[in-house]
Write a protein of this length. Structure first.
Length: 986
């Protein structure tokens, strides 16, 4: 074999590999340490952030306390003043100075006021900005507004006025507030404070005069008045602005309703839409919206988009009846920015360390290389398939690669062996397997020709079955190659050596001693050849054939290389694997033939079971495969994807042969039922006997009348009339029994009238019957003899109960959807004769349909190989309809495979044209196709397949082989397709 020692791939010394490994190890360690340091730093920062969050919450709590507490103390002091002694504005103005002083001392205080139980109101409000002055229409130098509401006796409306004072509390202006409707008693803070002795705090809200966020504190003063203060929360927003940890930090204070009370950007707190009101906290930013949508108290981390946020939440005691809440969101990437920076710094330090350590690793690796050179000498033994010596592997290391070069010879040999055996094992066609074996072995051995012999199992002769010569396939017989009898002594020497010694042979042959190989030698123009003969044997050691490789004897050193021990060993190994493949293919082929024979045997048995359906199971496969081949060759859009593989063809063929295998469980008399009263025999004979009894009764009545002296002509007339009616009635009943015509309501009424006639039974009908029938008769009491019975009767004994094991549950694993009649059989005479169309009752129709259930059950239990798993679905679907009304699963078109739809058409056409049915005549071609066209309209069969059935003349090809000449009439394709709703033919 030629060996290629150059692969084109660059090799490197081992010391370089060790250096790289050392570098990778050090780099890995550095990365692990960097990741660990980053994780630890992140944990420290996150832990510190939790403490920082707590400090911020405490700071906000303190800020709220500092804002509220002075006002609480102020209200407590002012509440000591009894305002009930100040009945008029002049007296109440005495409070201006202390109120003004308090307002000046606390910039968060928006106003101080008194509310009285009679509706009076007194307020002092600072005018700190021009906006505030403009809002109350105050003079430019006004510093305070006094708003007074007095209820004066004898006046219908209270007096409301505004007094404006400068910084020195000198009155500079006064104005009346006409149409004032304000009444402190209408406000919740008034009633709450008046009702108790404690101070109350309202929920934060928007002050109308300033459009800022604030709250009201109030308490009772005296007995019937309330003193209150309006407090702004602007300072709280400023406090939050100071505590933004990062640029994108979100921090908000909100009340129990989710309304924002404080926010770093306080301009967003008030919404001007009609009336000013507080903004909902989740509307301030997308981050806050995500937090509130998920639940403020339910999470400590939040992911929005591709960004992670740290969440902190705290309850604040101040700020209203329920207190306030603080929420803070900090982007994790901004919070951990320092940790990320430290991570990259650590990576830089690790890289610097790595560069310093590389020379040390380089020196150590060079020292480790030397011992590996001794391994090269141990590899040459592998060339002759000697695996006893230790072997290594090829490597990128330069020194170890020398060992790999020696092993490459073994690898090439094994690769060729595995490639050949794999290709042989994958081949499923026997003839192709032989040709591939020859081509591969001839190419590997560089032989001029290859010849394979196989033992004929019947004649026990070694027959040539394949020849490859000069790269092309040939027929062995064309070169005079014949069979060799293994039981005679007239065998060539090389063959005797193979058979007797049971080993391979290498022999040089001249033209004179070549025997039937002379024609082959002439074809390759070789006067002498070297023949390498390999015995092919099965697992039992029996000779199953021989593989011969022919090398032309050129007289050069290469001749010895072609037949070297290494080459012979390789060829023997390949031949051994080939022998196994050949034997397996032969066995598989025989098993497949056996399976096909069993299948056809079963189908033949089903056809033979009934003399009226003979050939059905054999004709349907023919018709199905004809339609399948036409679909595979069709260019119509519906069949462009239909290209069955060999396995799928096998599946379709088996399914077609076994499509009615369930009929082995169907009673013959049901399948062959030609009349309505037929069971194992036709019960019309019982009915006729009863009519005969009635006719005898008519004669008996006649003769009894004669003996009694009655008028003979009248008796004869009555007798003849009775006999005529009985004859007519029996003719009608007999005609009904045939089931050839549909019965209308009038026919059913007449049948019931005839059945109501009575006759006299004098014998016990329970004598001489089977125990099973006797048990059914026991369902009703015994009738005393003589018993008068009706001519046609439906008795309880006619009803056969269905065994529980025969019930089909709705949730059955096969998906069967059949309407199961309550009884297995109903043999009532009137019931059977009343069948409107055909001869089968609902119970018998179910039995007929049940053969599909049995077909699927039988085929599902068979251990088909994987490629035949579709047999049950195809075989069990030929009674389904495209609209989902078929049986046994009520599948629709899209739920059926195209193969199942093909078989449905084949089954229907064969049944319509069959001439061996007792209950109908075979249809002519035009009649059958017309019926099937209507089935297309009714969505019983697949329209595209029916169109292909017509266009490809499948019906005509089938009719030529299987129909009687009188059935083959002219068919107008265009008319048939139009009737099927397909427009013009294509």
């Amino acid at each position: 074999m030629p060996w290629n020692s150059s692969t084109g791939q660059r090799r490197f010394p081992l010391h370089l590999h060790i250096s790289v490994m050392f570098t990778v190890l050090l780099l890995f360690t550095s990365v692990v340490l960097s990741i660990f340091n980053y994780w630890q730093t992140s944990q420290i920062i996150l832990s510190s952030s939790e403490k920082l969050f707590g400090a911020i919450a405490q700071d906000v709590e303190v800020d709220l306390h500092r804002t509220y507490q002075p006002i609480r103390r102020l209200l407590s002091l002012l509440a000591a003043y009894d305002p009930n002694h100040a009945y008029a504005l002049g007296q109440r103005l005495a409070l201006l100075k202390p109120f003004a002083q308090a307002l000046e001392n606390d910039p968060n205080l928006a106003s101080l006021y008194l509310g009285y139980s009679n509706g009076d109101f007194f307020m002092v409000r600072p005018l700190r900005t021009g906006t505030a002055q403009h809002y109350v229409q105050a003079p430019a130098n006004a510093s305070y507004q006094v708003w007074s509401i007095e209820h004066i006796a004898g006046t219908p409306l209270p007096r409301s006025q505004s007094l404006f004072f400068d910084a020195a509390l000198h009155l500079i202006s006064q104005q009346e507030n006409l149409n004032e409707r304000f009444d402190p008693r209408d406000w919740g803070w008034f009633e709450q404070a008046r009702a108790g002795s404690d101070q109350i705090t309202s929920e934060p809200y928007v002050f109308l005069n300033r459009h800022v966020v604030g709250t009201t504190l109030a308490r009772r003063s005296g007995t019937d008045s309330v003193i209150a203060a309006d407090l702004t929360l602007d300072a709280l927003s400023a406090t939050l602005a100071k505590h933004k940890i990062t640029a994108s930090t979100e921090v908000v204070v909100f009340d129990s309703n989710g309304n924002a009370v404080a926010y770093p950007d306080s301009s967003k707190l008030v919404i001007e839409s009609g009336t000013a009101h507080l903004v909902n906290a989740k509307d301030l930013s997308p981050a806050l919206k995500g937090l509130f949508d998920q639940g403020v108290e339910s999470t400590s981390r939040l992911t929005l988009g591709n960004r992670d946020w740290i969440v902190a939440h705290s309850h604040l005691k101040e700020g209203g009846p329920s207190g306030l809440q603080l929420a803070m969101l900090v982007p994790e990437d901004e919070l951990l920015a320092d940790a990320i920076r430290l991570r990259w710094q650590g990576a830089l330090v690790a890289l610097s360390t790595l560069l310093l350590c590389l020379p040390l690793g380089w020196l150590m690796s060079r020292i480790m290389v030397k011992p590996l050179r001794t391994l090269v000498r141990e590899a040459d033994g592998i060339r002759s398939f000697d695996f006893t010596s230790p072997a290594g592997h090829r490597s990128l290391v330069l020194e170890v690669d020398q060992l790999s070069l020696s092993m490459a010879r073994m690898k090439a040999t094994l690769a060729s062996f595995l490639r050949i055996t794999a290709s042989l094992s994958a081949e499923t066609h026997f003839d192709t397997l032989l040709q591939r074996l020859l081509c591969e072995t001839v190419a590997i051995n560089q032989a001029q020709a290859g010849l394979i012999y196989l033992v004929n199992s019947e004649s026990r002769c070694l027959e040539p079955v394949g020849l490859v010569m000069l790269g092309a396939q040939h027929a062995p017989q064309d070169y005079g190659l014949g069979a060799h009898d293994l039981h005679t002594d007239q065998q060539p020497g090389w063959l005797q050596h193979l058979v007797v010694n049971r080993s391979s042979v290498v022999v040089a042959l001249s033209f004179e001693h070549a025997g039937d190989l002379q024609g082959l030698m002439q074809a390759i123009d070789a006067p002498r050849i070297h023949l390498l003969g390999i015995r092919l044997s099965n697992q039992h050691g029996e000779t199953i054939g021989a593989l011969n490789l022919i090398h032309a004897d050129t007289g050069t050193p290469s001749d010895l290389e072609n037949i070297s021990p290494e080459r012979v060993a390789f060829t023997e190994a390949v031949s051994g694997a080939a022998a196994v493949c050949i034997e397996s293919q032969r066995l598989q082929s025989r098993q497949k033939l056996l399976l096909d024979s069993f299948i056809q045997l079963i189908a033949g048995a089903i056809d033979a079971k009934s003399p009226y359906t003979g050939g059905h199971c054999q004709r349907v496969p023919v018709l199905t495969l004809m339609l399948a081949r036409a679909a595979a060759a069709s260019q119509q859009p519906a069949f462009l994807d239909f290209h069955p593989t060999e396995d799928e063809w096998e599946t379709l063929n088996i399914a077609a042969w076994l499509h009615d295998c369930g009929k082995v469980t169907t009673p013959e008399y049901v399948v062959d039922k030609a009349t309505k009263l037929e069971t194992l025999y036709d019960r019309i004979h019982e009915i006729r006997t009863r009519f005969e009894v009635l006719k005898r009764d008519a004669w008996v009545t006649y003769w009894q009348g004669r003996t009694m002296g009655s008028h003979e002509p009248q008796l004869a007339a009555a007798r003849d009339l009775e006999l005529t009616e009985l004859d007519n009635d029996f003719s009608f009943v007999a005609r009904c029994n045939l089931g050839g015509e549909a019965m209308d309501d009038a026919d059913l009424r007449r049948l019931r009238q005839i059945g109501a006639r009575s006759w006299m039974r004098t014998l016990d009908d329970r004598l001489g019957v089977s125990w099973e029938e006797n048990r059914r008769q026991a369902r009703q009491p015994v009738t005393a003899l003589p018993a008068r019975e009706t001519l046609l009767v439906d008795r309880a004994e006619h009803l056969f109960q269905r065994a529980e094991a025969e019930e089909i549950p709705a949730d059955n694993p096969w998906g069967f959807k059949l309407d199961v009649p309550p009884y297995k059989f109903n043999r009532g005479e009137l019931y059977n004769l009343s069948i409107r169309r055909g001869t089968l009752t609902a119970e018998e129709r179910y039995i007929i349909n049940h053969h599909m259930v049995q077909t699927i059950l039988m085929l599902s239990r068979l251990p088909f190989p994987a490629h035949l798993k579709g047999v049950a679905e195809i075989a069990g679907g030929h009674h389904e309809k495209m609209n989902g009304t078929g049986y046994p699963k009520r599948l629709k078109r899209d739920e059926m495979s195209i193969a199942a739809r093909m078989m449905a058409i084949a089954d229907i056409f064969e049944a319509l044209t069959a001439v061996d049915r007792p209950y109908k005549k075979g249809k002519r071609l035009s009649e059958a196709l017309s019926i099937m066209a209507q089935m297309c309209i009714d969505e019983h069969i697949d329209p595209p397949l029916f169109e292909l059935f017509i266009q490809a003349d499948i019906y005509q090809h089938y009719a030529t082989r299987y129909l009687q000449p009188q059935q083959i009439d002219a068919v107008d394709k265009h008319s048939v397709l139009e009737k099927a709703g397909m427009g013009r033919s294509r």
